[in-house]
Design a protein around this ligand. Structure first.
Ligand code: ADP
Ligand code: MG
Ligand code: ZN
Length: 644
């Protein structure tokens, strides 16, 4: 199965750049809009204001009987007065001369209608405030919206995320962790929901009992683990296990993804970390779970384009982990599938000092996971989960959960009420190789080539010491692009692989191409994937496993990413690198020769099985072995002499 985990970090950095660019663009537009609005609005307000007159002019106008009405606003002593009538009406304004006690007398004398008013500035005040605040509202409000859109674009799927903050000092305060908080009673995942990770569960059990009863530990003076790091390939149940710890202990669970800490502004990620720990401190005992911690915890480097923001965030995380009061019962869990990229400082005692491997499930583990997930769907009685487990070496828990779901979907499609064994077997193929592809119509010749190719793999696998016999061969094209595949089932799990076994694996991978060469005398593109895999094994044998005669036990390279299937990075000199290539080439060629020899010796069986496969399209391991082991009497005749 191919893994679907994306490289998180490069994407983050790209987003950062994009974010910064749109931020600058946005600020320019916002300021332009704000300035325009202000200049447009202000003059019109100014023209609404009435014409000013001096106080002496006002008195003169009263004496001339021009003034009809006077309104005095107490407080600021403004006098507003009206002259003329109807269309000729005009309003003026002046300020009362202090202590003019003759004014009332004068107004009465000229028969002016006068009144006084307590100032009501509220309306105009609000307008004034609004106009002055408009630019700020636009800048911060718009910034908040933009921020939100950017976060959406980044595919943030955390609905409960706190979006406050806008750009920097907006509403909602600086920082605020994005952590999703789940209260203890609400965590409904327990260890029962995790199958086949017994060692991991055992390691975590101690954390559970510490969280349940921190005092018991502190009384003795035991320093309890502050942090544990779950490492393993994608889909093995790391996130699930972290939740289960909270569920078992019944404590609050804060979940945040490492990438959510990485922010646009330097210092904001660090503020989030601070907030998160502050919040956790209030809710202790509790669990802080940082998923995909490699996004923040990557090694700090000396390179020029180092990411200041990420480093600050990491530093903050380190100091928070040192600082928190361990007696209260806060445990920091983190998960990653690239442990080799983590900063060493994170791994030292007192931080993530416990490293809990969450590996791909073994045979019994796979069976247990299948059974667990099958509990959620209606199954026909008597399903053989063991055989499915044997067919799925290398599948992760997530793959297996997916298989059960695919099987249920298939049962519905078929109009059945229960999931049958065939549904599951069929869904194994779907998860491993993709859906059957009906649109691919192969010519008879191409079908022939694929049948011989797959049979070639199968025979080389079966003839060599049969540790992993063939369980299925099919030449139905799949959406993944595979035109057929041969499935090998493991009989019993083993944890050490010998040099011979690696060599056999290479030979099996070469079996497809070897069959094509032997029968058709030409090569096709169908072997590209096989070649890639064979070369990878050979390279690992030479550079990491010390399994070549030439170099012996010398480490010549290190694996880039163990859990993500990354390639090998050579750590040797250029001259040696050339020799390494030579040695890798030799190993693959050796496997190729073994395959050719094996198939040549079993040429007759190769024809027979390939024809049978051509006709049936999918055959089981049993059918295959039956034909292979059948004594046809005349088989030896074809054994060595190539066919005319
Ligand atoms: P990871 O975090 O290691 O990438 P997850 O914990 O997200 O993987 O697992 C994804 C899903 O796969 C889970 O929700 C669960 O349904 C299934 N799964 C994975 N491992 C197991 C397991 N050991 N037992 C049961 N289910 C599992
Ligand atoms: Mg996960
Ligand atoms: Zn192949």
């Amino acid at each position: 199965p191919t893994d679907t985990t994306k490289e998180r970090h490069p994407k983050m950095e790209m987003n950062d750049k994009r974010k910064r660019q749109s931020l600058i663009l946005y600020l320019i537009i916002a300021i332009a809009v704000a300035v325009t609005l202000r200049t447009l609005l202000y003059p019109s307000i100014a023209t609404m204001q009435v014409q000013k007159k001096s106080y002496s002019e006002f008195l003169e106008m009263v004496d001339d009987d021009q003034v009809r009405q006077v309104q005095l606003t107490t407080g600021d002593n403004t006098i507003r007065f009206t002259t003329g009538e109807g269309d000729g009406e005009q309003v003026f304004e002046t300020t009362q001369f202090p202590n003019d006690d003759k004014l009332v007398e004068r107004l009465e004398k000229h028969d002016v209608d006068f009144s006084a008013q307590i100032p009501d500035t509220s309306a105009s005040m609000w307008l004034y405030v609004l106009i002055n605040l408009a630019p700020l509202i636009i800048i911060f409000g718009g910034g908040w919206l933009l921020n939100r859109r950017l976060k959406r674009q980044m595919g943030d799927d955390n609905p409960s995320m706190n979006l406050g903050g806008g750009f920097g000092l907006g509403q909602g305060g600086l920082g605020r962790s994005n952590a999703k908080e789940v209260k203890g009673e609400e965590v409904d995942t327990t260890f029962k929901d995790v199958a086949g990770q017994d060692e991991a569960k055992e390691s975590l059990q101690e954390i559970v009992s510490f969280l349940k009863n921190p005092d018991k530990y502190t009384e003795i003076g035991a320093r309890c683990p502050r942090g544990a790091l779950l490492v393993g390939p994608p889909g093995t149940g790391k996130t699930l296990l972290a939740k289960a710890v909270a569920g078992e202990a019944g404590v609050t669970f804060f979940q945040i993804s490492g990438s959510e800490f990485v922010e646009m502004f330097v210092g904001r990620g660090a503020a989030k970390v601070r907030d998160l720990f502050k919040e956790a401190n209030k809710k202790a005992p509790c669990i802080i779970f940082i998923d995909e911690i490699d996004a923040v915890g990557k090694k700090r480097d000396m390179s020029l384009n180092s990411n200041d923001e990420r480093e600050q965030t990491l530093n903050q995380l380190l100091s928070e982990m040192d600082g928190f009061d361990n007696h209260k019962g806060i445990v920091v869990l983190a998960a990653t599938n690239r442990p080799e990229s983590l900063d060493q400082a994170l791994l030292r005692p007192g931080r993530f000092d416990r490293r809990i491997p969450v590996e791909l499930p073994d045979l019994t583990g796979r069976e247990a996971i299948l059974k667990l997930h099958a509990g959620d769907v209606r199954m026909e009685p008597g399903i053989n989960f063991g055989s499915v487990a044997r067919q799925t070496p290398g599948a992760s828990g997530a793959d297996l959960a997916n298989m059960i779901n695919e099987a249920a979907l298939r049962a519905v499609r078929m109009g059945r009420k229960r999931v049958s064994q065939t549904d599951i077997e069929e869904s194994v193929d779907v998860v491993i190789a993709g859906e059957k592809k009906k649109s691919t119509v192969l010519s008879e010749h191409e079908k022939d080539v694929v049948a011989y190719h797959e049979t070639g793999h199968a025979i080389v696998a079966a003839v060599q010491d049969g540790k992993a016999p063939v369980s299925k061969i099919t030449i139905v094209p799949r959406t993944s692009g595979a035109l057929g595949f041969t499935m090998q089932a493991e009989e019993d799990e083993h944890y050490l692989t010998t040099r011979e076994e690696y060599k056999q694996r290479i030979a099996v991978l070469c079996g497809g191409r070897a069959a094509e060469e032997l029968i058709f005398g030409h090569m096709t593109s169908g072997a590209a994937n096989d070649i890639e895999k064979a070369t990878k094994i050979a390279r690992a044998m030479v550079t990491q496993l010390g399994m070549s005669e030439k170099f012996g036990m010398m480490a010549l390279g290190k694996q880039r990413s163990r859990y993500l299937g990354g390639g090998t990075e050579l750590t040797c000199s250029e001259g040696t690198a050339r020799d390494v290539d030579e040695e890798v080439k030799r190993l693959v060629e050796e496997g190729h020769q073994t395959a050719l020899k094996t198939l040549n010796e079993n040429r007759f069986k190769l024809h027979e099985i390939a024809h049978y496969l051509q006709k049936k399209e999918t055959i089981t391991g049993e059918e295959f072995m039956n034909i292979l082991n059948r004594d046809d009497g005349f088989a030896p005749k074809y054994n060595s002499a190539p066919e005319g």
